[in-house]
Design a protein around this ligand. Structure first.
Ligand code: AMP
Length: 126
C-alpha cells in the first residue's frame, strides 16, 4: 500500500488542521489523541511518511529514529510519566488486537484511568 499524503496526521504535520501538541522536534511530534482511551492518551509520530512501525524501523534514517525516541522521552517527561504506562503501535487493517485506522506510524502512549472510549473498545474486541 502506498503512503497516503492526505491522511489526518500528514495534514497535522503540514499544519493544515489543528493539533494539541505536547512536544515537537525536527523529526517527530507528540499530541493528545482526539478520542482518549485513558486520562492520559498521547500519540507520538515521526514527521516523515512512514505507514507503520515496521516501515519506520526498516526505512527511517538514524536521525529520524533518534528524533522519534527523543520526542517520546521528552513527551513522557513533560507529562510526568516514568512508569505505569503502556505503548501500542497498531499496524494494518487486520491487526489482531486493535486495527490501525490512520496509516501514518503512531505510538499510543497511555497512562492513568480508563475512559468510556476504552470500555467501548473492549466491548468491540469481545
Ligand atoms: P489507530 O487505530 O492506532 O490507527 O489509532 C488512530 C488514533 O488516531 C485514534 O486513537 C484516533 O482517536 C486518533 N485520531 C484521529 N484523528 C485525530 C486527530 N485529528 N487528532 C488527534 N487524534 C486523532
Amino acid at each position: 500500500m502506498k503512503y497516503d499524503e492526505n491522511n489526518v496526521f500528514a495534514k497535522m504535520i503540514r499544519g493544515e488542521i489543528p493539533t494539541n501538541k505536547v512536544y515537537e522536534n525536527d523529526h517527530a511530534m507528540a499530541f493528545y489523541d482526539i478520542n482518549p482511551m485513558f486520562s492520559t492518551h498521547v500519540l507520538v509520530i515521526p514527521k516523515g511518511p512512514y505507514q507503520n512501525i515496521l516501515d519506520f524501523a526498516q526505512n527511517a534514517s538514524t536521525d529520524e529514529q533518534t528524533g522519534f525516541w527523543d520526542c517520546f522521552a521528552k513527551t513522557a517527561d513533560k507529562l510526568g510519566i516514568d512508569c505505569n504506562f503502556n505503548c501500542l503501535a497498531n499496524a494494518g487493517v487486520d491487526a489482531p488486537f486493535v486495527k490501525q485506522s490512520v496509516f501514518h506510524f503512531h505510538l499510543h502512549l497511555v497512562a492513568g484511568n480508563k475512559t468510556g472510549a476504552f470500555k467501548e473498545l473492549v466491548a468491540e474486541i469481545k
